[in-house]
Design a protein around this ligand. Structure first.
Ligand SMILES: C[S@@+](CC[C@H](N)C(=O)[O-])C[C@H]1O[C@@H](n2cnc3c(N)ncnc32)[C@H](O)[C@@H]1O
Length: 281
């Protein structure tokens, strides 16, 4: 057992038992335009811990019955690395990836270029209703983006608006960080998982941990969005991520789709297996 293993175990226990509640600090910026941050995001998504998160998201999506979506909208698509994986998971689905950052979309253009079922668009998510005017989607995915919103009220309103963009059989999937209970917990995450790709990306990651909503806040946000049914889950022994599916969905006993390939080794493989176990996948 190496030192990192004990540090991770210590962190998991502290986050489970701590009575502290770190206040939320909204992101200083919503759009991500800084080239150094984008570069860090891309490298983390291709080779780092973010690549493990994309594996977990793919595995979660693979386990729910989304009923072969004809079209899908990916919000705050960023570098497009996740979008490319989603396009592999749902090869028959036509994807539209939107982002507010032109610089991000230029990277996404490259990372998704071999997928014929992906279309990218510069768009602020708050203008989605006007932009798509009456169009609906069978699947809307929103990964690591909710924490960019200012407060609970804006988050509820946005979720409510997104459910209006769903087709009658459509589903909204939101995946995000669960805010650590302590500042040292947030620092531990950024130090351990996001420190390889330069200081601007490290600082941006730390900001994301601090801006994320707690599990309880997320419950309040969904309730205020007045959705009929939902499923809200987090790993059962690790407080680090959470996801929501609206309306609630049934987990399939067996995965059926061809999952995108991920080649994890060492710590990446360990983290993927741990998260998979903790999410009950
Ligand atoms: C942390 S990144 C997540 C990217 C990707 N979804 C992932 O999982 O890796 C958040 C993305 O949301 C975008 N974003 C922030 N506010 C937005 C808004 N109002 N409308 C559209 N995109 C937004 C940012 O520019 C950034 O690319």
């Amino acid at each position: 057992m190496d030192k990192l293993f004990f540090k991770k175990t210590y962190h998991i226990i502290v986050q489970r038992v701590s009575k502290q509640r770190l206040h939320r600090r909204p992101e200083p910026e919503s759009s991500i335009d800084d080239q150094e941050i984008i570069k860090g995001n891309l490298n983390d998504g291709l080779n780092g811990s973010l690549a493990v998160v994309y594996g977990i998201i793919s595995t979660i999506l693979d386990r729910y019955d989304f009923d072969n979506p004809r079209n899908a909208l990916d919000i705050g698509t960023g570098t497009g690395v996740l979008l490319a994986k989603l396009a592999q998971l749902f090869p028959e689905t036509s994807f539209t990836g939107i982002d507010i950052s032109q610089a991000m979309l230029e990277i996404a253009q490259e990372t998704t270029k071999k997928y014929k079922n992906i279309y990218l668009m510069l768009c602020n998510l708050h203008n989605l209703k006007a932009t798509f005017d009456g169009k609906t989607f069978d699947l809307i995915t929103w990964s690591l983006g909710l924490h960019h919103l200012k407060n609970n009220e804006e988050a509820s309103k946005t979720i409510s608006m997104l459910t209006d963009l769903l087709s009658p059989r459509g589903r909204l999937f939101i995946f995000d960080i669960e805010r650590p209970k302590t500042l040292s917990g947030a620092r531990f995450l950024a130090d351990t998982f996001n420190n390889k790709y330069g200081y601007p990306y490290y600082q941006d990651s730390l900001n994301s941990y601090l801006a994320a909503f707690s599990y309880q806040e997320m419950e309040e946000i969904i309730k205020a969005a007045s959705v009929k049914t939902y499923l809200h889950k987090r790993p059962f022994f690790i407080n680090i991520f959470q996801y929501v599916i609206i309306p609630g969905a049934r987990i399939k006993p067996k995965a059926q789709r061809h999952r995108p390939e991920f080649h994890y080794q060492g710590n990446q493989l360990f983290d993927y297996k741990l998260l998979k176990l903790a999410f009950g996948l």
